[in-house]
Design a protein around this ligand. Structure first.
Ligand SMILES: [Zn+2]
Length: 316
């Protein structure tokens, strides 16, 4: 069995919606209860993250945006973007701790403390851009972890696989012109689903042309369509790019039982994707996988597909 870090902090529950909302602390409560009940928590290496250094955050986000976010929380604002990206009093602090969780998972893997990591954190991050929080996301956890790996650990080539059902527009925007970080996203087609980006022709810009790859899927697509996209698009992209580490924006909202979208993955689809990523990492980058929680809102399918994901990371 492989050493897999489980990154979690009890304060992740303090980011609490001021109204009924699918992205709630109950998600992490359910995840921990389920993994404990399945006997999996005991098989992982617990990692309790700390707060990141400011320099690790400002590699991705504008300092002015961080100030605005901090002020909005102090003022008691209930939302960030007048839509449904809510704030509670501690949200800025917990968003920092969430980014710290992704960093802790990445560092556990790159230093060899664990072979792989799963970061059970919230708020999620993949919609957050340099100076924009949106789609329940305040800071871009996985982008911050990627930049920290490069700046502090000399990693030069990083591959991000984003299988959350929504396009990872924030992550794409951060690395759009950067050839050192490959961003692959598979998601429901932007014609039908938030945030309305992630078309096939969005492939990077300038020096980063060719290191962004989008696989938009029609409503109703499921295991077979995802399998085809992984084999025909993702496999050659990883083989060509030769990353040193694989990061996964692991959303579980493409499950057929999740209410936020119309993709029809089953638990077997999540087994396939998880196994695929692990096998590619074993072949190309020493087995190093850092998986970071994004979406997934129906607690039963969230926990069942996550259990499968963790089993594949463990190889057990
Ligand atoms: Zn999502």
């Amino acid at each position: 069995m492989n050493k897999v870090a489980f990154v979690y902090h009890p304060d992740y529950l303090l980011h609490d919606p001021p109204f009924d909302h699918p992205e709630s602390p109950a998600r992490l409560v359910a995840i921990r209860e389920h993994l404990a009940g399945a006997g999996l928590l005991d098989k992982m290496v617990p990692v309790k993250p700390g707060y990141p250094e400011t320099e690790d955050i400002v590699r991705v986000h504008d300092p002015e945006y961080l100030q605005q976010l901090d002020m909005a929380c102090r003022r008691g604002d209930l939302t960030l973007d007048a839509e449904d990206t809510y704030l509670s009093h501690d949200s800025f602090t917990i968003a920092l701790l969430s980014a710290g969780g992704a960093i802790a998972g990445a560092e556990a893997v790159i230093t060899g403390k664990a072979r792989r990591a799963f970061c059970a954190l919230r708020p999620p991050g993949h919609h957050a851009g340099r100076s924009t929080g949106m789609g329940f996301c305040l800071l871009n956890n996985i982008a911050i972890a990627a930049r920290t790996l490069q700046a502090r650990h000399g990693v030069s080539r990083i591959f991000i696989v984003d299988w959350d059902v929504h396009h990872g527009n924030g992550t794409q925007s951060v690395f759009l012109e950067d050839p050192s970080v490959f961003f692959f996203s598979i998601h429901e087609h932007p014609t039908f689903l938030y945030p309305g980006t992630g078309r096939r022709w969005e492939s990077g810009r300038g020096a980063g042309e060719g290191t962004t790859l989008n696989a938009p899927m029609g409503p109703g697509a499921g295991d077979a369509e995802y399998r085809l996209a992984f084999e025909q698009m993702l496999r050659p992209a990883i083989e060509r790019f030769k990353p040193e580490i694989l990061l996964v924006s692991a959303g579980f909202d493409a499950h057929k039982d999740d209410p936020l979208a119309d993709i029809q993955l089953t638990d077997e689809g999540f087994r396939f994707m998880s196994r695929f990523v692990v096998e590619m990492a074993e072949r190309h980058c020493g087995g190093r996988v850092v998986s970071v929680l994004e979406g997934g809102y129906e607690l039963s399918s969230l926990t069942s597909s996550l259990e499968i994901h963790i089993r594949e990371l463990l190889g057990a």
